[in-house]
Design a protein around this ligand. Sequence first.
Ligand code: XIL
Length: 374
Amino acid sequence: MKNFSRIILAAAACAVLLCSCGGQTRGQFAYDEEAPSICEAFKDYFRVGAAVNSWDIEDPESPQCKTILKQFNTLTLENESKPENLHPEENKYYFDKFDEFVDFCEENDITPRGHTLIWHSQCPDWFFRDGGGDASAELVLERIKDHVTTIVSRYKGRVKTWDVVNEVIGDDGQLRFSEWSRLVGDYDGDGDNFDFIEAAFKAAREADPDARLIINDYSLESSSSKAIRMYNAVKKMLEDGTPIDGVGFQMHIGNGIDYEAMKENFKIISRLREVNPDLIIEVTELDVNCYGWNEAPADVELTKDFLKQFSTTYTDVYKLLMELSDEGILDSVVMWGLHDGVSWLNNGHKNYPMLIDSDLKLKDAYYDVIALVK
Ligand code: XIL
C-alpha cells in the first residue's frame, strides 16, 4: 500500500511537471522526433531560422542537420555567401557552397536568405584598387553593379531575401566611413554619400524584381540615436527612389533588455512605412551574449539567477517580436548560430548565447519562449 501511494505521488508530480512545461519534458535533444519545433510554434507569427555552415547540411542524418530540419524554416549561411568567399577575385566567383545551400533549402521548404552583398568587412581588397592605387568612383560603382547583378540574378526567384548592404551606419551614428563610402562618396552630387548603397539596391532590384531587399545593421534595437540615423538615411534613399524593402535588425544583444526602450527603437524604424507602406523588418542575427562587449571577464557562472535572466531576455524579445508580427511589420527571425558550441561569440570565453546548448539539447529558455504561443 505504501509503495502504491508512492507511485501515485510520483505520477502526480510527473503530471504537474509536464503541465508546467506545456506538455513537454525539458532537456530533449533539438532533433528528437518528440521534441517541439520552434518554427512550428511560431508559424502564425514569423519564420524562425538560424545561421548555419555548409558542413551542417551535408549529411541529412547528422544531428545538426536533423536539428535544422526540425527547428527552422529559414536559414542564412554564416560566412560562405560573403564577398570574400563568393567573389574573392575580380571575375572569379565560387558558387558551389551557396548553390548547395539554396538547393537544400528548396528541397526542404526552407526560405534561404542571402547574406551579404556589400559589407566593409570580409570583403576582398580588389574591389577598391586599380593598379597600384585607389579605384575611381566609376570603377567601384561598376564593380558593385557587376557583383550584385551576377549574384542576385543567379538565384533569381530562389533566394527571397538579400541583406544588400550590411552595417553601413557607423557607431557614431553617421554613415560608416569605409572604402565604399570613401571611394564612391557623393558621386551624383545630391548632398549625401549613400551612392554606393543606392547602386547596390538598384542593381539588386533589376536582377530580381521580386526579391526582398534589406539594409541590415546592429544596435538598432538598443541605440535610439542609431535607429534615428538609420531612419533618416533610409527615408532619404527611399525618397530618392532607392528600392529598399526592409530593415534588418541584427539583434546581437546582452543578457537583459529594456523592453520599452527596445519597443521605441522598433517604432522609429516602423515609421518608415510613411514613406514605404510595405516596409518590413526582419530580425537577422539574434543571439544573447553572456558577456558585455569589450570586457575580458572570468568565465560566466550559469547560476539559477543568470539562467532566469537569460530566459527572461529571450522571452521579452520574442514577446516584442510577436507584437511586431501582429502589427504586420515583421515576418522573419533568424538566430546567429545553430547551438552554443558553434556561436561566433565563443572568443576567449565559453559563451552560451543560443536557445540550444552545445549538446544540441533544448534549454529551459527555449521552452519558455515557445510557451509564449498559446
Ligand atoms: C560573423 C561570423 O559569425 C563569424 O564566423 C565570422 O568570423 C565573422 O562574421 N554581423 C554580421 C555577421 O553581419 O556576418 C557576422 O558574422 C556577425 C556580426
